[in-house]
Design a protein around this ligand. Structure first.
Ligand code: AMP
Ligand code: MG
Length: 409
């Protein structure tokens, strides 16, 4: 049996090449940046007022000053501020030459037509955002490999960039296998179940930043499977579920072998999710994941997601790992390392983890409840106290990518 790390190293040894494409800011949201972006201009492009108030020479305050003009955002000052003078100015307007401070309107009172009395004191530079102070010209603003969230999109727009190069979303063909499968929405006949893995995998692929291609459910028939896998090779990566175990109708590994794939059929030392078929045909990685819904998702997170994130150019392709305090303790039979689904929550500064639902490999509800996997190390009979949790729910990502290293706390 391979360890998780050994299997992962084999899988990561083949990352198919993936191109880049130009995307508008709307299209770029959520995508992975495929270039280093430097600012073509400066922010702000000129000294800007940070307040509504008066642009003055700091040395003239306190005092009564003659108002030269009013400059609003979008306007341009016409007068230089000379001793004894002030310019009424609005937030975001260019500060006139000669002025070195802005006083808030709250610190002013009218002193007749075109005159203002300014109280308190002023320090040179106050409430002025100097030219280029936030982003100097040519400054590196975003680096290749980062996922573009709302903040990054805002930065690109602020420095005047309307479109960027992003990694192409790899096309991931998803094949469900099993005679028992029926699509949700169709009534169940005797012995049938609704096919869930294909839908969950499509969501996982999307969450990983790739593009799912639904190739449907295929019967447990070698000829049908061979045709489906052959057609799937137009995708960049192929993921199948079911049929990789040792049952009489588990044809996936034989079919892939007949297609000429140097197939690795691995029994990975992990629970759930032991059987994993993996091979490469014509440059396309093919993952045969187990059919049990939880095993299928665990395997995706451990092996497929890092490949997809690597294809996208993410320098940290693994799920983040955080330390959490387990509520209570969980006893297990000693054996393979086990991924225990946990719900995370905060209590003050502490992140706590609580075992989520029924932990069997068919327990789909536990996946919907959980934010991450706590790892029970090989041979351990219980986890308690501080545990390492691999976080998969984007709503609870508070840690940094820790590589693929499960370390006992
Ligand atoms: P298999 O790996 O084909 O032996 O399937 C193991 C278990 O997972 C069986 O109970 C199957 O019915 C179930 N299963 C297989 N494929 C799916 C699927 N697409 N959706 C839901 N359950 C599945
Ligand atoms: Mg099956």
């Amino acid at each position: 049996m391979l360890t998780i790390e050994q299997a992962l190293a084999r899988v990561l040894a083949h990352i198919p090449p993936n191109g880049a494409e130009r995307a508008s800011l709307a299209e770029a949201h959520g995508r992975v940046l495929a270039e280093d972006v430097v600012s073509p201009g400066e922010l702000p492009p000129w000294p800007a007022s940070a307040m509504d108030g008066f642009a003055v020479r700091a040395a003239d305050v306190p005092g009564e000053l003659v108002i030269l003009e009013t400059v609003a955002a979008g306007g341009v000052p016409r007068h230089r501020v000379t001793p004894g003078h002030a310019t009424r100015i609005m937030t975001g307007a260019p500060v006139p030459d000669g002025a070195d401070a802005v006083l808030m309107v709250e610190d002013s009172e009218p002193a007749g037509p075109d005159r203002v009395r300014l109280g308190g004191g002023a320090t040179s530079g106050q409430h002025i955002r100097p030219q280029g102070s936030e982003v100097p010209r040519g400054a590196p603003v975003l680096s290749r490999g980062r996922t573009l969230g709302a903040g990054a999109i805002g930065v690109l727009a602020a420095v005047g960039i309307p479109a960027v190069q992003v990694a192409v979303r790899p096309k991931v063909g998803i094949l469900s296998t099993g005679d028992e499968l029926v699509e949700p929405g169709s009534p169940l006949g005797p012995g049938q179940i609704h096919s869930s893995n294909g839908h969950a995998l499509a969501a996982l692929v999307r969450e990983a930043g790739a593009h799912p291609v639904d190739l449907g459910s295929i019967r447990d028939d070698p000829a049908a499977l061979a045709a489906a896998f052959r057609a799937a090779l137009r995708c960049d990566v192929v993921v199948s579920t079911g049929g990789v175990s040792v049952g009489d109708y588990d044809h996936v590994k034989d079919v892939l072998g007949e297609l000429g794939i140097t197939m690795d059929f691995w029994r990975v030392a992990m629970k759930p999710g032991k059987p994993l078929a993996y091979g490469v045909l014509g440059g396309t990685p093919i993952f045969g994941l187990p059919g049990n819904p939880v095993s299928c998702m665990v395997n995706f997170y451990q092996f497929v997601r890092p490949v997809l994130r690597s294809m996208l150019g993410d320098p940290t392709p693994f799920l983040p790992v955080i330390q959490a305090e387990l509520v209570g303790r969980t006893r297990r039979r000693p054996g393979r390392p086990e991924f225990i689904r946990v719900r995370l929550f905060r209590e003050g500064d502490v992140v706590r983890a609580e075992v989520a639902g029924h932990q069997g490999s068919a327990g789909v509800l536990s996946m919907a409840d959980a934010h991450g996997f706590a790892l029970l190390p090989e041979g351990a009979t219980e986890i308690a106290g501080t545990v390492a949790v691999q976080v998969f729910d984007p709503n609870f990502q508070s840690g940094k990518d820790a590589g693929y290293r499960w370390s006992a706390p």
